[in-house]
Each structure stands twice: as structure tokens, then as C-alpha cells.
Design a protein. Structure first.
Length: 131
């Protein structure tokens, strides 16, 4: 009998916490936005469940857990429309969230951040406390 190594990689503690943060962000953006923010913007019909869309990519640690960096998008707008229309998306999001908030998240995204697991756990706790 030959044993095979599993291709499934174990999640690190940091990855698990970031997944929980993502769930909190989804809960909060659904509570705040109620529906896809692009629903009535004339850019295609909504379709599918809503998800938490990071305005600035999730790869930027500094803005990953910032609710200001999240909008609620339906599946269609998040995964089909946005990648094909990045310029229009950016213009509409700036309009929707306001120029001040848009500029703020872009400014803090430039700040260097090296978060520890403790920092991520604190961010998760802060989001849990938000209503």
C-alpha cells in the first residue's frame, strides 16, 4: 500500500482568523448596505448572493479588516462585471461611498502594516462588537 500525501494544505492560525474577519465584514456590510450597491446604477442586472467586496484588494493588510473598504456586491457584479469594468467600478464606488471615504482608504492603504496574529485577533474582536 502506497501512502499519498494530501494536496490539502493546513490553514495557519492567521488564515483562520482572517477568514473569520471576512465573515464579520460580510455580516456588517449586509447589515449596512442591505443589497448590492450597484443595483440601481445602470450597470447590469443583479444576480446571486451578496458578498463583501474589498474596494482595495484583500492583499493589502492595512485595509483588509476596514469596514470602510467593503461594499456589498451581488455575485454577478462582484465576479463577472467588476473584473471587466475596473475603471467604471472605481468611478461608481467613489460616487457611492463618497470622495472623502474613498480618499481615506486609499491613503491608509499606503501605510506599511505587518500584523501579528494578536493584531488580527484584535481586529476580529473590534468587528464583532460593531452593529
Amino acid at each position: 500500500i502506497v501512502e499519498r500525501k494530501s494536496n490539502i494544505k493546513k490553514q495557519t492560525s492567521k488564515q483562520k482568523v482572517k477568514l473569520k474577519i471576512q465573515k464579520e465584514l460580510l455580516r456588517l456590510c449586509r447589515q449596512r448596505d442591505k443589497e448590492c450597491v450597484l443595483r440601481d446604477m445602470g450597470v447590469g442586472r443583479c444576480g446571486g448572493v451578496t458578498s463583501a467586496d474589498h474596494i482595495i484588494t484583500r492583499q493589502i493588510s492595512r485595509t483588509f479588516a476596514e469596514l470602510d473598504n467593503i461594499v456589498c456586491l451581488c455575485w454577478y457584479h462582484h465576479f463577472q462585471w467588476k473584473p471587466s469594468n475596473p475603471t467604471i467600478y472605481t468611478k461608481l464606488i467613489k460616487e457611492i461611498i463618497g470622495e472623502a471615504k474613498f480618499n481615506y482608504i486609499h491613503q491608509i492603504a499606503k501605510e506599511e502594516a505587518h500584523y501579528t496574529i494578536t493584531d488580527w485577533l484584535q481586529k476580529q474582536e473590534e468587528l464583532k462588537q460593531m452593529e
